[in-house]
Design a protein around this ligand. Sequence first.
Ligand SMILES: NC(=O)C1=CN([C@@H]2O[C@H](COP(=O)(O)OP(=O)(O)OC[C@H]3O[C@@H](n4cnc5c(N)ncnc54)[C@H](OP(=O)(O)O)[C@@H]3O)[C@@H](O)[C@H]2O)[C@@H](O)CC1
Ligand SMILES: [K+]
Length: 741
Amino acid sequence: MLEAHRRYGGMGTILVIKVSPESAYQFGELVADPVTNELLHYAEKPETFVSDRINCGVYIFTPDIFTAIQGVSTQRKDRATLRRVSSFEALQPANRSLPTDFVRLDQDILSPLTGKKQLYVYETMDFWEQIKNPGMSLKSSGLYLAQFRFTSPHLLASGDGTKNATITGDVYIHPSAKVHPTAKIGPNVSISANARIGAGVRLVSCIILDDVEIQENAVVIHAIIGWKSSIGRWSRVQASGDYNAKLGVTILGESVTVEDEVVVINSIVLPNKTLNVEEVKIMEKDPECISYLTQQQAVEIDALLMGPSGFSIDQLMELAGLSVASAIAEVYRSTEYNRVLVICGPGNNGGDGLVAARHLHHFGYKPYICYPKRTPKPLYTGLVTQLESLSVPFLPVEGLPQELSNDFDILVDAIFGFSFNGMPRPPFDGLIYGLLSARKHDQTFQRSPVIVSVDIPSGWNVEKGAVNSEGITPDMLVSLTAPKLCAKMFCGPHHFLGGRFVPPSIVDKFKLQLPPYPGTSMCVRIGKPPQADVQAQISLENVEKHGEADPFVQFQKWFDDAVAAGLKEPNSMALSTASKDGKPSSRMIQLKGIHGEGFVWCSNYGSRKAQEISENPHASLLFYWSGLNRQVRVEGFVQKVSDEESEQYFRSRPREIQIGPAVSEQSNVIPGRQFLHQKYKEIEEKYSDGSMIPRPKHWGGYRLIPEYFEFWQGDESQVHLRLSYVAEEIDGKISWRRTVK
Ligand SMILES: NC(=O)C1=CN([C@@H]2O[C@H](COP(=O)(O)OP(=O)(O)OC[C@H]3O[C@@H](n4cnc5c(N)ncnc54)[C@H](OP(=O)(O)O)[C@@H]3O)[C@@H](O)[C@H]2O)[C@@H](O)CC1
Ligand SMILES: [K+]
């Protein structure tokens, strides 16, 4: 090009290349004299086709260009300002004013100088690639290496792992670099001077700059590693490798240290940083960076695991089931969520459920199994036998309670996995409906059971998610191997990945980006824990702007937030009562629900609070949701609910809890705790045949009819917000006057 420039004798020479007519419009198109190569016409990104020769953005100028640049600003005043915006201008923020002497090469210099024997073109027959994002540098590097095959084949490395490292595809290794023979390198890798590549290292599509050290068994994929950086043992530095993505590459700046066993995904790391496990925790769990599989890919991976990767189905199922049980144990403690119903389908997803149930039993939970369509294969019969030997009950579909919500704390959905298609057939359609209705809460504010789905929320399309938005809405999803596409639609608070067994060959083949598993854990959380999510939406402006006119609706909203944030016992409230002479007392109790325009709880009618309520019906309730920095005060007067209503509440309680009220005659002096245990046992035995435990006469409900609500939202700035509602009776109807303070 330089020779051509000298030959032409003009002020400037532009590198051009022929592209397809369809793609030319994205660039500066130009027309040149075919004989003299003089530039005759230049159009930056024209709307109509001008030429298939485009400006490559590479120029050679004589120093006269500076005079031309100077001339532009002098002439500018006389010219019309109607010009196309250059790509440089387009990139500037709107509020940034450009300097007055700003010159655009294409519009201010090239266009005016066409046809004046000043500018010429030089057409390249080599490759050309536009570099618009950092990832393109890897693609370009690959093009150079590919060209070496024809221009300088001696520069390309070779090796089969005996004396030299195993080399695949085009790889350049500087002679001063030291590469261990057990390393596997390529395709598309450039290794610069003095780099040290340790044993067992895997490098794919990357540029390793001078003086970099990559220690044993580290993996670098789609990355550029800056000068003097070091990557620790068993670490991974990688990216998606999608050249069109905003960031398909991971770049480490100069002198970055990645410590041992750290994974860095899709990141740009500034110079002189040290990344250790703590540092990268936030990056690695970004759900945006994780791969999601199609149904077809899930099936292919399944086949590879059980074929070339050497796994047996028993092993995978054991690891999958253990992951599910571990994820459950991480979020739902067995002391609070003890009774687990595992609903198992006919395929491997059901098998995962059987394994999970066994581990849950050993973890201290009380599992029950519903497994209506058993597979007669030895693997499954073995799993059933193992559970039977632990006395885990198997319940037939007809034996399940009508309302799953009363008898179980956790419902594990192991019905269908990634081989599900179409609409669920019986009996699974009914079971899925049971899961759906267990979640419909009817203002009872009782904790409804949580739903944990294994791999796929059953009934959901594996790729598209819930059909007609009528699917189940699990609280927890444990994706196995890698999340399937439908998991993108999962909105519950707990998404985990399980299945710590995927070999590197599968990771590489499917370009999987999976978060690393911490320590010895069998599962890893994907995305942020829920508390932070709800909190992110809370701002005083939001609370004020979206405050409801009806305090009951407002309460429901905040209660739902507390549930979504995973707060412990959001229905706990302090009840304050006062005796007839005004002496107050408080205690924590649990809200049963909001029925008949009032807040209902149940209690022993012989308790101190009952005594005080009978003397003085005024009382106050206080909910405190510390994780959300919120509290709600509800003040009003209390009345007993009807006997029939109390009966209903009593019947809605799980059987074990029905025994409690029958045992205790609260606030009466008892001979000792042993006495209560004895009484509990007696009642348990008396009704062990399953007959109805009668409601004790001293047990029943109370309802507080509110006259005043105050919703308090705390704020870090100490400027708190209060939404208060005062009841006013107008024409015999209650209406609420809302104030914001
Ligand atoms: N490879 C891995 O990474 C690992 C995979 N693992 C686990 O395997 C799961 C995939 O297992 P899978 O292939 O056995 O399929 P799965 O979805 O459980 O059930 C298929 C069954 O459902 C039936 N069925 C289908 N549609 C139906 C409908 N509409 N209505 C009614 N029935 C319907 C179908 O019957 P068919 O249609 O064939 O008559 C067949 O009997 C995966 O999600 C994960 O949990 C882990 O164990 C280990 C690691
Ligand atoms: K499932």
